[in-house]
Design a binder for this molecule. Sequence first.
Ligand SMILES: [Fe+2]
Length: 258
Amino acid sequence: MKLTAEQIQDNWNKFLSIIDEHISEPRCSELKSFYELYAERIMLMPASHKKEYHNAFPGGYVDHVLRVVQCALKLHQVWKEMGVDTSAYTFDELVFAALNHDLGKMGDEENESYLPQDDQWRKDKLGEDYKFNNQLEYMSVPDRSLYLLMSHDIVFSKNEMLAIKLHDGLYDDANKPYLMSYLPETKPRTALVHIIHQADLMAARIEFEQEWNAKLKNGTTQNKSLNFTIEKNKKAPIKTKALGNIKSEGLKSLLDNI
Ligand SMILES: [Fe+2]
């Protein structure tokens, strides 16, 4: 998937208007100043480095964040209608967490996370249109999101901190102590962490489907990582390939019966 220059600009304008519309002062002005400082980088960056993940194209990051905000607003409504106490967090917190959950993907002040891939083989075979910037000190995306906000004096609440920190849910083992507590007292006090995680999951799934569904349906998907073409309704001759190098006839017949 590709976005035109107009779509990228339009998404950026929407991104800023969400801050205007939903984030109260003084954080509204603080966030806008921060984002305007890094506007060009954030406006153009992808949401991931590889086609197999999601939104790995110029403008993919903002496109993803806008979708996460939209999904979070809808999911907030669903959780509310189903009986969850949504008054335990504010609307401001809901939008702030969704808007900034992946901010750490931008890198730090000096170094961006994603650089254009200069290895043609990795582009062609692995679908990696971007590469990670080795100059950037390691930090997890949620930790860097929080660090960037903090280091630019943008104050966030405990609810926002937990929602951003835990947005990968149980896909990240480091989140287990927060999410797998069996004591009522130690569980997250609001459903916001679950809503932001679900919104992110939903947005990433939509982006995956936009990129891959048509290719998967018509059977022309070229899985370059494994260097074979997936043909619809055709089983790969795994055993034949695996047995190709075996010389022992006894072992071959044994494996043939598995
Ligand atoms: Fe995300």
